[in-house]
Design a protein around this ligand. Sequence first.
Ligand SMILES: [Zn+2]
Length: 461
Amino acid sequence: MTKPADLLVKHGVVLTLDGQRRILADGAVAILGDHILAVGQSAELEREYAPCRTIDARGGVVQPGFVDCHVHLSQHLGRGTIPDLWPESREHEQWLPYWTQINEEEARCSALLACMEMVRNGTTCFCDNGGRFAGELNAEVVAQVGLRGAISEVCWDQPPHPAVAVGDTDTCLRRLEALARAFPKRPDACVWAAVSMAGMGLCSDRLLVEGKRLADQLGTLMEMHQSFGPEDVARYRAHARGKSAVAHLADLGILGPNLQLVHMIHTVPDEIPLLATSGTSVVHCPAASTRMGMGVSRTGRMPELLRAGVNLALGSDSGNYSDFLDVGRQLYLAATIHREARGEQPCVSAEQALEMATRNGARALGVDSWIGSLELGKKADLVIHDYGRPEWRPGLDPVTSLVYSAQSSGVHTAIVDGRIVLEGGHFPHLDEERLYQRIDQAARALYTRMGWVPRHRWPLL
Ligand SMILES: [Zn+2]
């Protein structure tokens, strides 16, 4: 007697990322509603289930969707505006007018572009650091595209410029609490709120401590930038009165499994055991660092963090830093830049990089019981790659192929919460062309108001 299922994905090379890291050469995944019913051999699951719909993966890799632990939905229209050789000290030349002049429609278009790009590149869950407008705006867009993710609102009571102030400490905390109560983190919610902090030096100690208390009370995550560039490091050293940043956070009592520190390019050795013993996650954003020359390959201690048992995940950061939201490209960089800088093999292995992009990301967001691997009972968040492309051949080792040769443009299908949100590389429920036109119009309007002129070094005729 066969059992009902909504969807059976079969004949794929299934990278389960489960406890044993099983890879099924001719594997299948059965889905009912929003969750996984079974993962096994295709022949077995074909006998066992009578699905409403079947997808033949035709030898393509089937993987748990990527988890992008750090993005800025509101800044994606800023892509392409930062020239090469752009020191951090000039950040405000682009960022400040963008931040102060963007309107709600433009912020919506920015979020739409970011969410579509993530899905198109195989990301099914993300964490946003928050923008200028109410979190509800992003929540609507995330639901429209069909992603899973943590939203927030920007929070700083010591902003980098008076024009971007969002209020005093209590105002920041009230906004975060209201959002977290409106979007509670629970398994049936695809969108929930995290407590996002801009980072040490931009947030007072009281804001950090009370924000963390709020995250603890509401069972959600707190995330914050930390130790990114030279100016950031100078800010936190002044703030922490000479102590290391992580030692200061430990003194404040806010380290823990529901805290993720983003970047940590300038980690010092005595911070590593504090991160490991507290269960604090670190989000490595290699493209944001390499694009801006911030030094993660030179000074980053990501291999040491992994060796110490720190949960290390991946993030794409923002359109005006890394220029793209693509975990597939982040994991290539995560696997390669440290071995290139140090001349050590493997430093970070392909398998470790893939774990960072899936399981570790889920753990960093506190949703590892829902997603991050393909296992019975977990949410049906998965991606199917198209094997009918040259970069996948000869397909001798699916992990090596996925990390080193696969391209995100080869993502064929993405399924989130049991729903097909990308099929054949397109969004079945969205009018893509119309949306791209709307996004272009919004960007042009914003950049006209900002007076931003592209700086072409080659003649544009
Ligand atoms: Zn960021």
